[in-house]
Design a protein around this ligand. Structure first.
Ligand SMILES: Cc1cc2nc3c(=O)[nH]c(=O)nc-3n(C[C@H](O)[C@H](O)[C@H](O)COP(=O)(O)OP(=O)(O)OC[C@H]3O[C@@H](n4cnc5c(N)ncnc54)[C@H](O)[C@@H]3O)c2cc1C
Length: 406
């Protein structure tokens, strides 16, 4: 641990991805870091997600990449097809660099490693504490729950409480938070060899039907190889679906993807099918006086490009670097400048892409086919799309190239 000349007292709100990653990196710099999380303890919940090379670079910095890759599926390709099997989009990480890949992961695997790293570096974690407000007192931050001030004297407050943040406006009053009308039903089950371990496989029909299958690596608690199912759904239709027999929902998915049968057979009740909502958060500025907002709290987006975890990790890494170079007020300005381009690009392209895959705008379907047919045959355009998928556009993170995954 390198001790800064002036170790700061730092509070982090939220133990998802951005919060713990920032806490570890800042603790490693010698700062005193306390993290506040509303959940009572580490929860073995969460969907599968695709870790990108950009996120892997940060996990390497945190010293937990190898342990995480040992439980991941090594994903080499994004393969999107029409129901009749014709290819819509087929992107291979190897087109950018032969050693590049994505990692299909069960979320608790990442969280467990982040928590272990927080404990070993000496981050003080407060579980079961929902922070509802914070205020300035004598130039420092105080942290509040509904009934009391729980901690005070913080030089820097890091808000990482996710897409539905109630605290982001402490940093800036100009935030916009819009829920998408579409989300996803999701389920994680045993793969049993039904889906290739090395791809994210999606089947699309028009803009209203999308089904995705992500190899998710080894389970959190046992050795089964998992696969995550995502099924696009209009949020307003969720309750109607749940009043119908489960079999009619399963049939819709089977119509698109017959090989999902074994996975769907593992679902016996609607309680096993969870609903993911997406939001679109925009902030003109991600920081105020000695306060900064990271991850989904600052820039939530639909998971169409699968970047949320990776951007949250990149935020944490960038903030830590800025704080190692400058005192807090200047470091926060520097952070804003350094993150602006990368976040602008991913927010814009996600917003642009989402209606092509999840919306009522069926008229977009032929334009989508035309666009992807053209770009598929133009190697520079295809490589740029692959680079976008890998999280590497306007990103300065060095590439991990030497690791393998399970
Ligand atoms: C269906 C779906 C699929 C996705 N797939 C991918 C993918 O493939 N790849 C990818 O990179 N991203 C994916 N994402 C996005 C990704 O999950 C998020 O972008 C990422 O989790 C953001 O991390 P975060 O730390 O900012 O917030 P979160 O992970 O949401 O963590 C916020 C934490 O703050 C805590 N908290 C909230 N309020 C308070 C409070 N008041 N006080 C104390 N604690 C609080 C919460 O309990 C939580 O632990 C997907 C999202 C969805 C919905």
């Amino acid at each position: 641990m390198t001790l800064p000349t002036n170790p700061a007292k730092i509070a982090v709100i939220g133990c998802g991805t951005a919060g713990p990653a920032a806490a570890i990196l800042l603790r490693k710099q010698g700062h005193h870091v306390e993290l506040f999380e509303r959940a009572p303890e580490c929860r073995a919940v969460g969907a599968g997600f695709l870790l990108q090379p950009s996120g892997m670079a940060v996990l390497r910095e945190l010293g937990i990449l190898d342990a995480i890759l040992a439980r991941a599926a090594k994903v080499k390709r994004l393969n999107i097809v029409h129901p009749d099997g014709r290819s819509l989009l087929d992107l291979h990480y190897g087109e950018i660099h032969p050693d590049l890949f994505g990692a299909g992961l069960h979320r608790p695997v990442l969280l467990e490693q982040l928590i272990a790293a927080m404990r070993s570096t000496g981050v003080h974690i407060h579980w079961g504490m929902e922070i509802t407000d914070a205020r300035r007192s004598h130039g420092k931050w105080e942290i509040l729950t509904p009934n009391e001030t729980v901690a005070s004297g913080f030089d820097l407050l890091i808000i990482a409480d996710g897409a539905r943040s109630k605290l982001r406006d402490l940093a800036s009053t100009n935030s916009i938070n819009r829920g998408y009308p579409w989300g996803a039903h999701w389920f994680i089950g045993r793969n049993d060899g039904a889906f290739p371990e090395d791809e994210l496989y999606q089947i699309v029909r028009g803009t209203r039907n999308l089904s995705g299958f992500l190899a998710t690596g080894l389970g959190h608690a046992n050795g089964d190889r998992l696969v995550s199912l995502f099924w696009s759904v209009r949020i307003a239709d969720d309750q109607t679906w749940r009043q119908n027999p489960l079999d009619s929902w399963k049939q819709e998915i089977l119509n698109l993807c017959p090989k999902a049968k074994g996975l769907l057979d593992q679902i016996h009740s609607w309680d096993q099918v969870l609903l993911a909502r997406y939001g679109d958060v925009r902030m003109r500025r991600w920081h105020g006086d000695d306060i900064v907002v990271l991850g989904d709290a600052a820039h939530a987006m639909s998971p169409q490009l699968g970047q949320g975890v990776n951007l949250a990790l990149a935020d944490a890494s960038c903030l830590a670097r800025c704080l190692s170079e400058q005192p807090i007020p200047r470091a926060l300005n520097l952070y804003q400048r350094r993150r602006r381009l990368n976040l602008w690009y991913y927010q814009l392209s996600t917003r642009w892409l989402t209606p092509w895959f999840q919306s009522d705008h069926e008229w977009l379907t032929p334009f989508r086919s035309l666009f992807f047919t053209i770009t598929r045959h133009l190697p520079p355009a295809r490589r740029f799309m692959t680079k976008t998928m890998a999280g590497l556009v306007f990103s300065k993170t060095p590439l991990p190239t030497k690791n393998g995954a399970g």
